[in-house]
Design a protein. Structure first.
Length: 408
């Protein structure tokens, strides 16, 4: 039944593009076609890279609400991805743009147009000294059900914009016996709808990391960081979520050629809110990110995180977020690959409700290389959040057809 609705959506896409996507939609479709034709002709051109993906989805719970209130819809999505790379001597400069445009067939108030712009420079000054600079602008939205806030039943998704600048100083190389990395990261976030101004903040993160090589493929690390989040507006209860968070970590990185790469960090964090209205947090934190390639046709990505996240609700402070994930891509023929993923999460809150959320995100599908540069696929995704506070429960079934270029 769901797959039939998805096929109906394909027909509706062809028939209704002029109606549903008038104004910016037509421009986006034209941009997609132009990029696609340019990608084919420019795939060998040095310096410029472009890819694009289109998706047609059927979601039986587009607002991520309890079963009694859920509504279904089809969504047409376009994701253009452009990058320009310039190598000047030992230096590297990058400009990038990634768009995410979503058009809902029935509930057009949920339409979104997200943008991510970056300018990046990696400067190789001497054998021991390097610097890295990055400037970015992001306009995005909070996907339904992915924050800790109550589900939105009537309005558009919460939308925000973010300006950020990142600076890094490297003393030593990746292959040196020892390496020191100092990092400064400053960002400004502003919410632009749905009376979310209480979530606006300026954030400054200072990080220092020391790497020590113990084998050709393995390095130990020792890291300390301080994050100062200054929330610009008070919530309706007259309190600001401004906080400071200190972390001390140790860990290991590894890079075993053509087999596995990764990083694991574990340590202690202490998060102190400026307002006594919100509870402080302290305790264990860790992060694992890795890739394992057991053979030439299988790739497995894996990870785990225990971290804090600032609340998206006015009446609660930060909470602890735990996540474990794994994704796999397995080629069964040179042109056909199976893809899948599983993510489990548990959110821990320190509030009067004693709330705790359990999350599941499972997906599986098939990808086919129709041409060397063009891949198509079908995929099913299941999302679930089960909370000790029933109003936050939801389940979603998503069916998706995709087509995208895969140019280097």
């Amino acid at each position: 039944m769901h797959f039939q609705r998805l096929l109906t959506g394909v027909r509706k896409t062809i028939m209704m593009i002029g109606v549903r996507l008038k104004n910016v939609g037509i421009v986006i479709l034209a941009l997609f076609l132009a990029l696609l034709s340019f990608a084919v002709s420019a795939q060998g051109r040095s310096g410029f890279h472009t890819n694009v993906e289109i998706q047609l989805l059927y979601d039986d719970n587009v607002r991520a609400v309890i079963d009694e209130l859920k509504e279904s819809d089809e969504i047409f999505v376009v994701n253009p991805d452009l990058a320009w790379i310039w190598l000047y001597g030992k230096h590297r400069f990058d400009l990038g743009y990634r768009g995410n445009y979503g058009f809902y067939f029935d509930d057009s108030i949920l339409n979104y147009d997200d943008h991510r712009l970056t300018a990046h420079a990696l400067l190789d000054h001497t054998y021991r000294l390097n610097t890295e600079l990055q400037f970015g602008y992001v306009r995005d939205h909070d996907p339904p059900g992915q924050t800790n806030a109550l589900p939105n039943l009537v309005s558009e998704f919460d939308k925000w914009r973010d300006w950020n600048v990142l600076g890094k100083l490297y003393y030593g190389r990746d292959d040196s016996k020892g390496q020191i990395v100092a990092q400064l990261d400053y960002s400004v976030r502003q919410y632009i709808n749905n009376n979310q101004e209480f979530r606006d903040y300026d954030k400054l993160v200072t990080t220092g990391t020391f790497f020590y090589r113990i084998t050709p493929d393995t390095r130990l690390l020792f890291e300390a960081s301080l994050a100062d989040s200054d929330f610009q507006n008070k919530s309706s209860i007259g309190a600001s979520q401004s906080n400071k968070e200190f972390r001390s970590l140790t860990g290991v990185t590894w890079d075993i050629t053509a087999i596995t790469t990764g990083i694991f960090k574990i340590g202690y964090l202490d998060k102190q809110h400026d307002s006594s209205t919100f509870s402080d947090l302290s305790g264990l934190t860790f992060r694992l990110d890795g890739i394992w390639k057991p053979n030439t046709y299988t790739k497995i990505s894996f990870g785990a995180v225990r971290d804090t996240q600032d609340s998206a609700q006015q009446f609660s402070g930060a909470f602890v977020k735990n996540t474990v994930r794994a994704e796999v891509r397995h080629a069964i023929t040179p042109r056909i690959a199976l893809v899948g993923g599983l993510r489990y999460g548990r959110d821990e809150f320190d509030d009067i409700l004693g709330r705790e959320d359990t999350r599941w995100d499972a997906r599986g599908g098939v990808r086919h290389s129709l041409l060397r540069w063009l891949e198509i696929g079908v995929e099913y995704r299941y999302l679930e959040r089960e909370s000790t506070v029933d109003i936050f429960d939801f389940k979603s079934n998503i069916f998706m057809i995709t087509a995208g270029t895969k140019l280097d």
